[in-house]
Ligand binder design. Sequence first.
Ligand code: HEM
Length: 538
Amino acid sequence: TGPDTVSPTGQPTGADQARMAQSGAYLTNAQGTRLYDTDHSLKAGPRGPVLLQDHHLREKVMHFDHERIPERVVHARGSAAHGVFTSYGTAASVTKAAFLAEDVETPVFVRFSTVLGSRGSADTVRDTRGFATKFYTSEGVFDLVGNNIPVFFIQDAIKFPDVIHAGKPHPDREIPQAQSAHDTFWDFVTLHTEATHHTLWNMSDRGIPRSLRTMEGFGVHTFRLVNAAGETTLVKFHWKPKLGVHSLVWEEAQIINGVDPDFHRRDLADAIEAGAHPEWEFGIQTFPDTPDQTFEGIDLLDPTNIVPEELAPVQPIGKLVLDRNPSNFFAETEQVAFHVGHLVPGIDVTDDPLLAGRLFSYLDTQITRLGGPNFPQIPINRPHAPVNDMLRDSFHQTAVHRGVAPYRPNSLDGGCPFLAGADTGAYIETPVTVPESKKVREAPESFADHFSQPRRFWLSMSPVEREHIIGAYTFELGKCYEQAIKERGLQVLANIDPELCAQVAAGLGLPAPSATVPLADVEPSPALSQVGHTWPTD
Ligand code: HEM
């Protein structure tokens, strides 16, 4: 059903191949008519007025005028690469997903990003990094749209516009570009204390990665896997970099932002070109799919929670190698459209309320960003599996659909009846029981603890990592104009740890408040520290 000029693997064919590669023997206009000159407008004499009839001039300038599309509303700055995912088969007992069977190789496209800066912003700012992977599986596309931080700022997608409004540059002066050092961001995260955990990760070394090749990745939400017998398991997805986890120190990040704002982008592309192909191991933490969807007292539907690896080890299930740079940034890195709802049989979502909002948001934004609903036909987004849908027409439709009856069943085009109920390899939503309840606008009680997990993170840090966190909070809060925000920031820190609060307060020259909640009695999780972090299969 795709455009005739593109092969099933997304490659242009025939005359279009020459045009897209700009390798034809002569230049043509968009209609294929040969041109003899593209440097001079058509004029009434060499010094006379330009003639309105010059179609080549108008076509060339019109197209240029419309070259830009809107940047992503978040994660605008990104860099991407192609690669291969090879499955170990170790997840086959918990999922029927074909690409996770033993030794299956699946082409992938991975886009890394910062969250808040615009498309032209610098790479080594303090921010969360996106880690989005498109698996072109034999059963359709599976997208894992994750971050390099395993928790999120908010627990309910209805607050996403709010947290992003707070994090983007101030509406009056449009500064600052990065997440760092501005009042609205700190106003939000100190008023919405569910953001404490994510913010603490941002203020740690994780907020300024050394390289995109040395970042972990996390699916963040809990997902539900389904095996061939219909049994379900709750999981969290992890990417672990073969090179280990490494960060910059703040001073390095500052200098690099000035000297080479493309530092991460350049590093990724250069490494791939030089044959130093970055690798990650893909892993899952598994939890029994119990009716309460908790594990060791941790609510698995709360995206501000991790499950410490000491309680649920990450089990390796496959390997990702990035081995090819995009050949056209716009066609691939800009036009790729990820979506958490792009799932394959054997992988399902849970009722995490943040995930529910994402299922709506990505599709919606891409209609604007990519000019209508036909963006799945853009080569980078095309599945490597046959497509036989009943989606028709609209803007940028490039498929020439055949037949007369885009509905099922029909008696005219003669085919493809649904095999209802049978196991046809179709995607079937897991028939989980929805708890009987009344409609409410409220969070569950189990989402109310905002400080235990941040405290565990703080206690897990080495002395040098703690020093960096103290320095980061002191710098960031110190740059806020409003005294009340600094004070509220200190109150949040007091609820994490008195020493952390005291050190930052001393740096700000303000008194350290006492905690307003009892300090949680939690054990450190050594796996959270970057120091001594090793590749699991070394
Ligand atoms: C884009 C991750 C929460 C809306 C992205 C991207 C990533 C990401 C990696 C960039 C994709 C790319 O490279 O093209 C996450 C994670 C979240 C989260 C890990 C929480 C666990 C949300 C929520 C919403 C949202 C709650 C909205 C309700 C968007 C939008 C884009 C985006 C609109 C731009 C997509 C596009 O233009 O193609 N997100 N996000 N995200 N995200 Fe999220």
